[in-house]
Write a protein that binds this ligand. Structure first.
Ligand code: SAM
Length: 270
């Protein structure tokens, strides 16, 4: 467990993931019924982009900081930008979710690393509907499903420190999907090779999920040894998620020097 998200917060992959997170939560909030967000690998929830960790990699400089001064765009983009500029610190997925919850919604954010979990607890303290838990996100996820609300989002965003994490994430998704097949799931993955990424998507699809949207974000050039592409697999994507995200990314991707590619599978094709 050496991974610390502080080194990567606000990079191109975070920008795409957090835009998608905002889009899904805005969709869920269209109906009055409450929803749950389960963030299985939550991190600390808030990151100082001027910290030694952030400055060492410079990933935010070529990520969210490239969006400074960006105006216009749809509701997803303006909401994301206002959250990202809300405070001096960059918001992680649990803080973004917590800020978008309504009184009838709730967030369970799970983090295994004790120090990150302590920071997460502090980050989420002002939000009565948000709870931080310390533990293994995959195991806790199964215990939390199906949620009494019967609607919600599960975000699976592991660090992929070992190649086995792809299989672990796919297996955890399959078990979760068996318990809560109507939920929306967003699974983040690094793309280091097309074969590995495609194999992973195949493993997720083998669970029987029929509606999937895959979004790949690829940098035209990345620093030596740095991640240059990442993907999101969204199971049961909200109606028109692709077009809403494509509109937001049309303004964002050129600033990041990135190309985006969507692939809709099954009934997710619009
Ligand atoms: N979702 C966060 C966001 O978007 O702001 C970033 C999460 S970061 C990529 C992955 C986190 O998972 C790290 O903070 C790491 O400590 C934590 N982690 C690693 N293994 C875990 C596990 N089995 N269960 C829960 N958290 C874990």
């Amino acid at each position: 467990m050496n991974y610390r998200h502080a080194f990567h917060a606000g990079n191109f992959a975070d920008v795409a993931k957090h835009l998608a997170l905002v889009a899904i939560l805005q969709h869920l909030a269209k109906k009055p019924a409450g929803f749950v967000v389960i963030d299985t690998h939550a991190g600390s929830g808030s990151y100082d982009l001027s910290s030694a960790e952030a400055r060492r990699t410079g990933e935010a400089v070529t990520g969210v900081m490239c969006l400074d001064g960006l105006l216009g765009g749809n509701d997803v983009l303006t909401t994301y930008l206002s959250l990202a500029n809300d405070e001096k610190r960059y918001p992680g997925s649990p803080l973004i979710a917590a800020k978008l919850l309504r009184p009838q919604d709730r967030l369970v954010a799970i983090e295994k690393h004790p120090e990150e979990r302590a920071a997460l607890t502090a980050t989420l303290r002002p939000f009565l509907r948000a709870r931080a838990e310390e533990g293994d996100g995959y195991r806790r996820l199964l215990a939390l499903l199906p949620p009494p609300e019967r609607r919600g989002l599960v975000l699976i965003d592991p660090p992929y420190e070992s190649p086995a994490e792809f299989t672990e994430a796919a297996k955890a998704f399959a078990a979760a999907y068996r318990r809560f097949a109507t939920g929306t799931y967003m699974i983040w993955f690094p793309i280091k090779s097309a074969a590995e990424a495609n194999g992973f998507c195949g493993e997720v699809m083998a669970s029987g999920a029929t509606k999937l949207l895959r979004l790949d974000v690829r940098l035209a050039s990345a620093g030596e040894g740095k991640l240059s592409a990442a993907g999101l697999l969204i199971v049961n994507p909200p109606w028109q998620l692709q077009s809403v995200l494509a509109d937001a990314l049309a303004l964002v991707a050129p600033r990041l020097g990135a190309e985006v590619h969507f692939e809709a599978v099954g009934e997710a094709a619009e």
